[in-house]
Design a protein around this ligand. Structure first.
Ligand code: HEM
Length: 437
C-alpha cells in the first residue's frame, strides 16, 4: 500500500482550506443527523455556498450538479486516484498488516488515470456489455424468485436485507466472476469491511481487523485467479485471463498501450467484487423505502410494471445508495469561481446535486413518472461512469417487478428504526422490515 499505482494509497497529511474558500468549521458527512437524513443539511449547505471547505473532512465540498459534471468530464485536471483511499490516516498496526509483501493490488479502474484506465477498461467493458446483461437477466430473475419464494414462505413480517437485498447482488456478481457458491458467506464479510476502511472512521482495533480481512480477501482473489489460470470456466475472470494471454500488456513492456497485466486481472477481480454488490443491496432497499410509504406511487407501479426502471432512476436521484464521490486536483485550477491549488481533495456531494431545483422540478417530491429522473449523478459521468450501472438497475428493476406482482399489499413495518452504517458515501438501511397481508 502507498506507492505509485497501489490500489489504496495512504491519505495525505491534513490539508488546509484553499485561499478564499468559505470554511465550514464543524460540518461533516459523518455527523449523526446527516447520516440519519442527509437531505435537509445538503440543501441548506448548497444554499449557503456551492463550494466550501469542510474542516473536519479536510476536503473541498462541491454541491452544484454542473460543477460536479465538469469535474467528472475533465479527468486530466481532476484525478480519481484518491477514490479508494481511507479518508483519515490509518493507525500503524493496520498499516503494518497491509505492509505484507504480498498485499499489492494495483489501481485498475475507478482509481486509475489515463491512458492505463482506458487500456484496462477495453476488457472490463466487454464483461458488462448489453449482450452479457441480456443473458444474465433470466438467471437474475430465477435467483430473485427463489429468494422471494423463501421470504414469502417464512411469512410476514420479513427482514429484506437478509432475505433478498444482500444475497441477490452478491450472488450475481460472484457468479459473474466465477467464485464458487460455497465461499459466498466468507467473501461477503470481507467486502462489508471495505466500506468502513475507505469511507468510514473505524477505531484502531477495527482498522486492524479490516486490514486483516482485506489481506485475506486479496489472497483469496489471487488464489482464485491462479486456479482459473489453470482451469478456465465460463466466467468473467476466465475472459480476463484469455485477454491477458492474448496480450499481457505491461507484463511484456512497462510502456505498453494495449493489453492487460496479470496483476491487473487479479486487481479487477478484487475491485469488482466489492463495487458489484454493496451499493446494489442499498439500492434494492431504497426503492422500497421510497415507494412503500407513498401508496399512490406503489399502486402506479403495480398497475404499470413498465414504470419499474424509471422508479429505479428516481430512487437513484431521490434516495441514492451512493451520495458522494471524491477527486483530487492534479494542477492549479478554478471551479465555480473558486481557485483550487494542485492536490486539493474534493468531496462531490451527490445529495445536494440530485435535489437541485433548477434541474429537477419539485426536487423533494419522489415521482416515478419524472421525465428527467435518469439525469441523476449517482453513477458518475465521463470516462469512469459506473461499469455496473446497467447491471445494478436491472437487478433493482427485476426485484421491483417481482414484488409488485407477488406482494401488492407489501408495506414497511411501522415504527422501525433505520440504522445507517457510518460512512461518507454509501447509504442504505442495515435492516429493512417488511410486512404483507
Ligand atoms: C446502485 C449501485 C451502484 C452505484 C450507485 C454505483 C456508483 C458508481 C459511481 C458513482 C462510480 C464512479 C463514477 C465516476 O467516477 O464517474 C462507479 C464506478 C464504478 N462502478 Fe459502480 N455503482 C453501482 C454498482 C456497480 C456494480 C453492480 C458494479 C459491477 C458489477 C460496479 C462497478 C463499478 C466500476 C468497476 C467502477 C469504475 C469504473 C471506471 O472507473 O471505469 N458498480 N460506480
Amino acid at each position: 500500500m502507498g506507492d505509485g499505482n497501489a490500489y489504496h494509497q495512504a491519505p495525505e497529511t491534513k490539508a488546509a482550506a484553499p485561499t478564499g474558500c468559505p470554511v465550514h468549521a464543524t460540518w461533516s458527512p459523518l455527523g449523526a443527523d446527516y447520516l440519519a437524513d442527509p437531505y435537509p443539511q445538503a440543501r441548506q449547505l448548497a444554499a449557503e455556498h456551492s463550494i466550501f471547505w469542510s474542516e473536519p473532512l479536510g476536503h473541498v465540498v462541491v454541491t452544484d450538479l454542473a460543477d460536479i459534471e465538469h469535474v467528472f468530464t475533465n479527468p486530466d485536471i481532476y484525478a480519481s486516484t484518491n477514490v479508494q483511499d481511507p479518508i483519515y490516516p490509518l493507525c500503524p498496526a493496520a498499516t503494518d498488516v497491509l505492509g505484507a509483501d504480498d498485499f499489492d493490488p494495483v489501481a485498475v479502474m475507478s482509481n486509475r488515470s489515463e491512458p492505463d484506465h482506458a487500456r484496462i477498461r477495453v476488457f472490463t467493458r466487454k464483461g458488462f456489455s448489453n449482450r452479457r446483461l441480456k443473458t444474465l437477466e433470466a438467471y437474475m430473475r430465477t435467483r430473485a424468485t427463489v429468494l422471494l419464494d423463501a421470504m414469502i414462505e417464512s411469512g410476514s413480517p420479513a427482514e429484506y436485507v437478509g432475505a433478498l437485498a444482500f444475497p441477490l447482488p452478491a450472488e450475481i456478481v460472484f457468479r459473474l466472476l466465477g467464485f464458487p457458491e460455497s465461499d459466498d458467506t466468507m467473501i461477503k464479510q470481507w467486502c462489508v469491511n471495505r466500506r468502513a476502511f475507505s469511507w468510514g472512521q473505524p477505531t484502531e482495533v477495527e482498522q486492524v481487523e479490516i486490514a486483516q480481512g482485506m489481506l485475506d480477501y486479496w489472497r483469496y482473489c489471487r488464489a482464485f485467479v491462479a486456479e482459473r489460470r489453470e482451469n478456465r470456466a465460463d466466467d468473467f475472470t476466465s475472459e480476463l485471463l484469455d485477454a491477458w494471454e492474448a496480450d499481457p500488456g505491461p507484463d511484456r513492456d512497462p510502456e505498453a498501450t494495449t493489453g492487460i497485466s496479470y496483476r491487473e486481472v487479479e486487481s479487477v477481480v478484487y475491485g469488482i467484487s466489492f463495487a458489484g454488490h454493496d451499493p446494489v443491496t442499498s439500492l434494492l432497499c431504497n426503492t422500497l423505502l421510497c415507494l412503500l410509504p407513498r401508496r399512490d406511487q406503489w399502486q402506479a407501479l403495480i398497475d404499470d410494471p413498465s414504470l419499474a426502471l424509471n422508479a429505479v432512476h428516481e430512487t437513484s436521484r431521490f434516495e441514492s445508495s451512493q451520495i458522494s464521490w471524491r477527486r483530487i486536483t492534479t494542477q492549479d485550477t478554478t471551479l465555480g469561481g473558486q481557485d483550487l491549488p494542485a492536490g486539493t481533495r474534493l468531496f462531490l456531494n451527490f445529495a445536494s446535486a440530485n435535489r437541485q431545483a433548477d434541474v429537477f422540478e419539485n426536487p423533494d417530491v419522489f415521482d416515478i413518472h419524472r421525465p428527467e429522473a435518469a439525469q441523476n449523478i449517482s453513477f458518475g459521468k465521463g470516462i469512469h461512469f459506473c461499469l455496473g450501472a446497467g447491471l445494478a438497475r436491472m437487478e433493482a428493476r427485476i426485484a421491483l417487478e417481482l414484488l409488485a406482482e407477488r406482494l401488492p399489499s407489501l408495506r414497511l413495518v411501522d415504527d422501525q428504526d433505520y440504522t445507517y452504517f457510518p460512512n461518507i458515501t454509501f447509504r442504505g438501511p442495515e435492516e429493512l422490515h417488511l410486512a404483507w397481508e
